[in-house]
Design a protein around this ligand. Structure first.
Ligand SMILES: [Zn+2]
Length: 291
């Protein structure tokens, strides 16, 4: 299965400290241009995708995003918090803020898209997701989230690329109905270095099979080769492939999004189903119910 998911947070998430109306205008311009390009590609290939949207972006560009994404059966809208906040701390102030930001963002999604989200994607990503984080799980469960995307990096000794952890239920943590859809492989920002987060990259294991990535991809073709290697690894093992993609970031690297088109073509040629997170959740839920 190939799961397409885009975190819509704008380049704001790189520089939240320089937030201003002026900068938001620049960030949103890039966000809307990139989401528009993504929807054109997805519509052309009839490929579903989930868009995890930050409340601050919706507040400023809700109508534009609804114009691109609303009432299209291919697209699913999930919450990405209101401010792209960190959620891993158990401090009472952070937990209160987390709960409030979920409500606020859910209201915004309902306002612009007609219904609230059942999916949540954590800003950043954690090793083993929210396993061992009962307070955050309790908040998500209380607010009736059904699937979450929080498992997104490897162990501290090698956080990137994320391992191919497969979707799971939070049974051991006491939330057997909460479904995790881990991110697999590289985060686009880091692989394509679109926000200069990987400037100091040195040759290191860069793929799930342990192969070394000598240098980060410099061209669209090289970017696709890296993604293709990840996807082929998943196809060969019948695994879910769910890479992290951010509209601003994939668009900076590849304005026509050719590497995403080639990945979609690869899925279609190999008869690999393409799903959004909502569809993947329902598939697993129905399989569990039938078992
Ligand atoms: Zn994010």
């Amino acid at each position: 299965m190939f799961v397409l998911r885009f975190d819509v947070e704008s380049a704001y998430a790189l520089h939240p400290s320089i937030e201003s109306d002026e900068n938001w205008e620049i960030w949103l311009q890039e966000t809307l241009a990139s989401v528009k390009q993504i929807t054109q590609v997805l519509n052309r290939y009839d490929a579903p995708a989930t868009f995890c949207i930050v409340g601050k972006v919706l507040e400023r560009a809700g109508d534009d995003l609804a114009g691109l994404l609303k009432d299209n059966p291919l697209f699913d809208i999930a919450s990405h918090t209101y401010s792209h906040m960190g959620i891993s701390s158990d401090a009472p102030t952070v937990l209160r803020q987390f709960s409030a930001e979920l409500e606020q963002t859910s209201d915004l999604i309902a306002r612009y898209f007609g219904t609230g989200p059942i999916g949540f994607c954590a800003p950043g990503g954690f090793y083993r997701g929210l396993q061992g984080h009962p307070k955050q799980l309790a908040i998500l469960s209380e607010q009736e989230y059904q699937f979450i995307i929080t498992d997104g990096i490897g162990p501290p000794e090698q956080p990137m690329p994320a391992p191919f952890t497969q979707p799971y239920w939070y049974v051991e943590d006491g939330y057997p109905e909460l479904f995790e859809i881990p991110v697999t492989g590289w985060h686009c920002n880091l692989l394509f270095n679109t926000g200069h987060q990987s400037d100091s990259w040195k040759p290191a294991p860069g793929f799930a099979d342990g192969t070394v990535l000598e240098t980060l991809p410099a061209t669209i073709e090289e970017g696709f080769w890296a993604r293709r290697k990840e996807f082929q690894y998943a196809i060969d093992r019948n695994l879910v492939y769910s890479p992290a993609m951010h509209p601003w970031s994939v668009y900076r690297f590849d304005p026509e999004l050719k590497h995403i088109q080639w990945l979609i073509e690869m899925a279609q040629e190999e008869n690999v189903p393409i799903m959004n997170c909502h569809q993947l959740y329902e598939t697993y839920r129905d399989l569990a119910a039938a078992a």
